[in-house]
Design a binder for this molecule. Structure first.
Ligand SMILES: [Zn+2]
Length: 76
């Protein structure tokens, strides 16, 4: 699979990714995805993303409190 952004070959990986769906941020663990090592683009296969959307729709997830670094991009 080639990267849609920079056309480099993507590598298959398994791990943790973040997804933003309808303004909500989800953390997905133990998921297979492909990553472009050149630009960092990550993609899920249609089957995996369909599965994840299904789980979200059915609220098949746990809610954890995760601390994430937040930056303010305001400048000038
Ligand atoms: Zn890329």
């Amino acid at each position: 699979m080639k990267c849609a952004a920079c056309h480099n070959e993507m590598v298959k990986k398994k791990g943790e990714i973040d997804l933003r769906i309808e303004e909500k941020l989800y953390l997905v663990r133990n998921v297979s995805y492909e990553e472009c090592l050149a630009c960092g683009e990550k993609i899920l296969s249609p089957k995996v993303s369909q599965d994840l959307f299904e789980k979200i729709r059915n609220r098949k997830f746990v809610e954890e409190i995760v601390k994430i670094p937040v930056l303010d991009g305001t400048y000038g």
